[in-house]
Design a protein around this ligand. Structure first.
Ligand code: NAD
Ligand code: NAD
Lengths: 207, 207
């Protein structure tokens, strides 16, 4: 099992490797990978050696080899169905974003409670009412859910998802969810990014 | 200087401590802090000892003391002006969110290039055109910027911000920015959250 910080970095490397591959570049150095992700090149080398991929002094790493190795870690070959609950500003931005659902994840269904939203089409999917969450998730075999609802709606939404079989949730609502221990919830708080910059500024640091 | 992973965790603890304070709870254990942030309680104890705050066995830590200590780390007492460029789905979600601009950060100005957006009011601010970015940022003394524009617009937007004196940027657009070495950019890629869950599922792990 890799440490979480390493897995997060591997996700960042994967983006850069995809850009390099698109630009038909076949090798990359740990310095380049570090510069493009804001990571320390020594960390880059340590991370890649954990995967068993080794670079050659002078030419660096083979882009295709590392990308394939990282794909294995994330097991991105199996398509994974994701449902999104709450199609307000944030939900729409995520569903419409080319880069949020990548690496094998695909949007399977959208749900909302507002009569003004239900029945409309967002990024090619018709938004369904909340009563459909549990039966639809079950029928789709979706294991992943994204919550972009107001905080007071988050607990109800997660219960409907879990009842249908969802076991992995990305939650953007600032609300602690009560779920069974088998359910994995990742809380996302975007303000942490600003705060991190505030820390860097306060310490007079370079990044 | 604290490691970045610690600083990120401190930001998460701060949210939980604020909730505890609101609920008039005066003490918290490392287990509770760990459970509410998805962190390992041993990491919690290690992080807090780095701040010089020690808990007492049996009762835990004093909520007020740790919260104040973390505020010092982030120097949240100085108000920091932030400008946002790109008021589409994501930009609106961030500007309207009560929780994105907290801990001393305040929205100072909003900019967009679309005639349909310029002149409208979002969360109490009139959206200004791109020609105003540099002079306005200078006049405000804003040091922080958030980019929620399409990737092809990101480089132009960042140049206008930096020319006005912005030195710290949160970039949501999937685009590598060319900036001077003194400018600090944090790239945010929300898909990493889904990918992390994909990794946990693939490894059959518990979080
Ligand atoms: N921490 C951060 O950095 C941050 C930033 C932005 C947004 N957020 C959070 O993300 C969430 C979404 O934000 P937003 O700006 O898109 O909000 P929004 O109000 O634009 O959208 C919320 C959507 O949820 C739907 N909804 C409301 N109640 C519901 C219910 N009971 N069941 C299902 N759907 C319901 C609404 O109809 C709406 O479409 C909020 O919880 C917000 O706090 C957090
Ligand atoms: N990686 C992720 O997980 C993720 C998720 C969501 C969004 N995003 C990214 O965030 C960005 C914003 O996404 P969105 O859904 O809000 O897009 P959007 O199209 O809804 O909004 C973009 C806004 O930028 C404005 N704009 C366009 N060109 C501009 C220019 N040259 N100068 C200034 N403003 C300009 C538009 O008028 C619009 O208001 C995109 O780059 C998107 O890829 C990334």
């Amino acid at each position: 099992k890799l440490p979480e910080a390493t897995v997060l970095r591997l996700g960042l490397y994967q983006r850069v490797l995809a850009e390099f591959a698109r630009a038909r570049r076949t090798t990359i150095s740990s310095d380049e990978l570090g510069r493009h992700t804001g990571e320390n090149p020594a960390n880059v080398r340590k991370d890649l050696s954990r995967l068993g991929t080794l670079g050659t002094r002078g030419t660096g790493y083979d882009v295709g080899t590392i990308a394939a190795r990282i794909d294995e870690v994330f097991a991105t070959s199996t398509p994974r169905r994701v449902v999104v609950v709450g199609l307000g500003n944030l939900g729409r931005a995520l569903v419409r974003s080319r880069s949020f659902f990548q690496q094998g994840f695909e949007v399977a269904a959208l749900f909302d409670s507002s009569p003004a939203v239900v029945g409309t089409t967002v990024a090619g999917h018709v938004v369904q009412p909340m009563e459909s969450v549990t039966p639809e998730v079950e029928a789709l075999g979706a294991r992943f859910g994204v919550l972009t609802v107001p905080p007071e709606a988050a607990q109800d939404a997660v219960e409907r998802l879990v009842r249908g079989g969802v076991g992995y949730i990305v939650n953007f609502a600032p609300k602690l969810l009560q779920v069974e221990t088998t359910v994995v919830v990742r809380y996302v708080d975007l303000s942490i990014e600003l705060q991190m910059l505030g820390y860097v500024e306060a310490q007079g640091l370079r990044s």
